[in-house]
Design a protein. Structure first.
Length: 234
């Protein structure tokens, strides 16, 4: 893994946007938080302002003080498992899978919304979900255009690296036990009446598992993902 002087600031930026998103209100001192998403869960607009970035306190100063997350139903296609690797693979595949012939943009967003488990303190707002899904190259406007071309997208996993397998996580571990990060490499295929395009893509998926107080007692849940190249965990 290449080391350079930009890694500390890059990692602090990632942990804020990835795990801020996961921080416990009473245990984390956040200097700048991203804009809060609305209380309701509407279909997202085509564009979203990216959340601001800040630093996350040292893991040694973090404690699990949030109340236990309420039980929620399983989203469409999400495995009910305590294997964080299995969930990360399924989530990354779902992020890069849609079909305009059978689903509207609202349907696709709602499906991914079902995977995104909002923490009790609301620190992982849905605005981040919208922003990172748009980083895959799709928003409401482009999806409507692609629907006219009967477009579809599918993905297959090529490799998976989690937790200590990632240099950035070794340097700055997760702030509480049960929180995991996996970076998934995929081959993505876009098909439409205009042709077929195959390319590589990467997603970093944050997974929260028991015994974390913010996770369901019997399974892991996705609490965030990143598709923006600058935020992929390596």
């Amino acid at each position: 893994m290449r080391r350079n002087t930009t890694r500390p600031s890059r990692l602090r930026r990632w942990w804020f946007t990835a795990i801020t998103v996961l921080c416990v209100a009473g245990g984390l001192l956040v200097l700048t938080m991203p804009p809060r998403g609305p209380a309701a869960e509407p279909v997202p607009p085509p564009t979203v302002t990216a959340p601001q970035e800040s630093e996350l306190p040292s893991p040694s100063s973090t404690a699990e003080t949030a109340t236990a997350a309420p039980a929620v139903g399983m989203p469409d296609g999400a495995p009910s498992t305590t294997d964080f690797r299995k969930l990360a693979v399924a989530a990354a595949t779902a992020i890069y899978t849609w079909d305009t012939r059978s689903a509207s943009y609202s349907d696709v967003y709602s499906r991914l919304r079902g995977w995104w488990h909002v923490l009790p303190d609301g620190s992982n707002p849905l605005s981040v979900l919208v922003q990172e899904f748009e980083a895959t190259g799709i928003n409401a406007g482009s999806y409507a255009t692609l629907a006219g071309q009967q477009a579809q997208r599918s993905a297959t996993v090529q490799s998976l690296m989690c937790d200590d397998e990632l240099a950035e996580v070794r340097e700055h571990p997760a702030p509480w036990f049960g929180l995991h990060v996996c970076t998934v490499s995929l081959w993505v295929v876009d098909e439409s009446t205009s042709g077929r395009n195959r390319y590589a893509a990467t997603a970093s998926v944050m997974v929260n598992c028991p015994p974390a107080s913010t996770a369901p007692p019997d399974r892991c849940v996705m609490v965030g993902f990143y598709a923006s190249p600058s935020r992929i965990v390596s």
